[in-house]
Design a protein around this ligand. Structure first.
Ligand code: ZN
Length: 117
């Protein structure tokens, strides 16, 4: 079953989710941004399974502030960050998973994994 929150709120520097089963999850906005699932942040796998990451723009304080959130099709939420980034669709299942089992965060400095020619 896909969890879907009854409420989603930005409180201070945290994303607060209250689920329909009555449980609540809190995620640091900084962590949520660093876990952005869009191709530009998380990278894309090519036909050979190699992960390619574009060079990442440095984060600014605005990178960790939320301007708006929009639910997408009942399974995800799109987060609009203050620095203009809004490509990431965060599935509810991922947000719950991250809150229950905090994942290892990607390094702040992302090196490209493309082979040098
Ligand atoms: Zn992104």
């Amino acid at each position: 079953m896909v969890p879907s929150p009854a409420h989603l709120l930005v409180i201070g520097d945290e994303l607060a989710l209250s689920w329909k089963d009555g449980s609540e999850s809190y995620l640091k906005l900084r962590d949520v941004r660093r876990l952005c699932p869009c191709a530009g942040c998380a990278g894309e796998r090519d036909l050979f399974g190699r992960l390619a990451k574009p060079p990442q723009k440095p984060y600014t304080p605005a990178s960790f502030e939320v301007v708006a959130t929009t639910p997408i099709g009942g399974y995800a939420v799109q987060i609009f960050w203050k620095d203009g980034h809004n490509d990431g669709l965060y599935p509810w299942t991922k947000l719950k998973e991250w809150a229950d089992n905090p994942p290892e965060l990607p390094p702040l400095e992302v090196k490209t994994l493309l082979p040098t020619l």
